[in-house]
Design a protein around this ligand. Structure first.
Ligand SMILES: Cc1ncc(COP(=O)(O)O)c(C=O)c1O
Length: 466
């Protein structure tokens, strides 16, 4: 029998978490308008809402924070971060930002403005799949966001190694027939919205080269860059002998710009990046937007200590032992659920297990949010908080006001890095298995309050009869 490989760390500090009673959870959920996003964290036992900024930092990161340089301008910590970015990604120009959406808000409006100056009338961004804040920033800048994800990602029960891939023939058609309107392509690695699924090196290369041949800039949304590189090492025999570091360099050699939420693979609680390979002129223009929106160009909304921790986190993310253990934990939870017949996106992704709520509630309509129903039931049963990735998150078409059709109705069980043990995963799996047994008794939802954009964060709901 093969031995299991334990985590490559030991625990030096613990934070107590509190189990609540079912009655307490019921009250908390009602107060939160049946929206787990509005729950107080002290009412949550195991928090799988997100892997964003919720992981544990290492002793090296904490130690380095004390060396953070808090100078307003020209901080040593900025130069350390910038040097680290250059070493890891081969990108010359770095702007630190407070988190991923900070990069989106300083970059996308400028790209749209520049495109309009060149005569583009209906600006559009193409992506394998835009993350929700990315889509929001593209739309707020007056452009459209189009997703060109491959068909296999839509069939959760089918196993395919590269469900994050672009549908290259769709991309090629868009470029052929709509070239004049395309502002940029965004390659999201791994692709969060379809289940944390990786994009293959071939797909990255082909998509990027198609874009480049037509003079279209290539942006990588790099939140989970190291997890994507690990999947490439595992699943593409051309890279099985490469280091993660080399694979990362190869991926980024295809891009002109990257935005990053460093709260994921950057292993920090707060922080992000907006980086440019060599386009100094664009870098300078984005810097100008950074100052009023994020902060001076050498801190971008972060403390010096945050940048110091990020510099170490980015290096730690490349550690193969860390990546192996992280992905193994996600797989562990996924397999436990699968063994009990719970439908999940397969194979499991890098940061989360995505449960297919459409299959659990075939009769609940998208506008009654089947995955949100499941999130609420799981919380009531166990105090475990998950999140909806489906029609609720998708939102309405900004022009027609109609609900945009969502490719999925998924509940995401997102696992923070270096934070929970497999015993926590056992509890999550057992609780969800019990909930799914009672699926027939759960009630659909409708809006009591519907915000105009990013509605999943603050919406409130009521139950309706099935
Ligand atoms: C793929 C992707 N892009 C961008 C973002 C936005 O990053 P942030 O939450 O740091 O603003 C996220 C956050 O979850 C993400 O997963």
């Amino acid at each position: 029998m093969s031995r299991s490989i334990p985590e490559p760390w030991r625990i030096k500090m613990v934070e107590p978490i509190r189990m609540t009673t079912k009655a307490q959870r019921k009250n908390a959920l009602i107060e939160a308008g049946l929206n787990p996003f509005i729950l107080k964290s002290e009412d949550v036992f195991i928090d799988l809402l997100t892997d964003s900024g919720t992981g544990a930092m290492s002793d090296r990161q904490w130690a380095n924070m004390l060396l953070g340089d808090e100078s307003y301008a020209g901080s040593k910590s900025y130069y350390l971060l910038s040097k680290t970015v250059e070493e890891i990604f081969d990108f010359q120009y770095t702007i630190p930002v407070h988190q991923g959406r900070g990069a989106e808000q300083i970059l996308f409006p400028l790209l749209v403005e520049l495109a309009k100056e060149k005569g583009v009338s209906e600006p559009i961004f193409l992506s394998n799949h835009h993350f929700d804040t990315t889509k929001a920033h593209v739309e707020m800048a007056g452009a459209r966001a189009k997703n060109l994800i491959c068909a296999s990602s839509l069939q959760t029960e089918i196993t395919n190694d590269w469900k994050g891939n672009f549908d290259l023939s769709k991309l090629s058609n868009e470029i052929k027939y709509n070239r004049k309107n395309i502002v940029a392509i965004i390659i999201t690695i791994t692709c969060n919205s379809v289940g944390g699924q990786p994009v293959s090196m071939d797909n990255i290369r082909s998509a990027a080269r198609m874009a480049r041949d037509s003079g279209i800039p290539v942006i990588i949304d790099a939140a989970r860059f190291a997890e994507n590189a690990y999947f490439i090492k595992q699943r593409d025999s051309n890279f099985s002998h490469e280091t993660i570091s080399k694979i990362v360099k190869k991926i980024f050699s295809e891009a002109d710009i990257f935005t990053m939420s460093a709260k994921k693979d950057g292993m920090v609680n707060i922080g992000g990046l907006c980086c440019f390979r060599n386009n100094e002129s664009l870098f300078r223009q984005v810097q100008l937007r950074c100052v009023p929106m994020e902060g001076f160009v050498t801190y971008g909304g972060l403390a010096g200590r945050d940048m110091a921790a990020m510099a170490i986190g980015l290096q730690e993310a490349l550690d193969e032992d860390h990546l192996r253990s992280r992905i193994a934990q996600v797989e562990y939870l996924g397999h436990k659920l699968q063994q009990s017949g719970i439908p999940i996106q397969t194979p499991v992704g890098g940061h989360a297990v995505f449960v297919d709520a459409r299959k659990i509630f075939p009769d609940i309509k998208p506008e009654n949010f089947p995955a949100q129903v499941l999130c609420n039931a799981l919380y009531l049963e166990s105090g475990v908080r998950a999140t909806e990735i489906g029609s609720l998150m998708m939102g309405r078409d900004p022009i027609t006001g109609q609900q945009e059709p969502s490719l999925f109705e998924l509940m995401r069980l997102t696992i923070p890095r270096r934070t929970y043990t497999d015993n926590h995963m056992n509890y999550v799996a057992d609780s969800l298995i019990d909930v799914v047994k009672k699926a027939d008794m759960l009630k659909p939802l409708e809006f009591e309050y519907e915000p105009k954009i990013l509605r999943h964060f603050t919406a409130r709901f009521r139950e309706i009869e099935r």
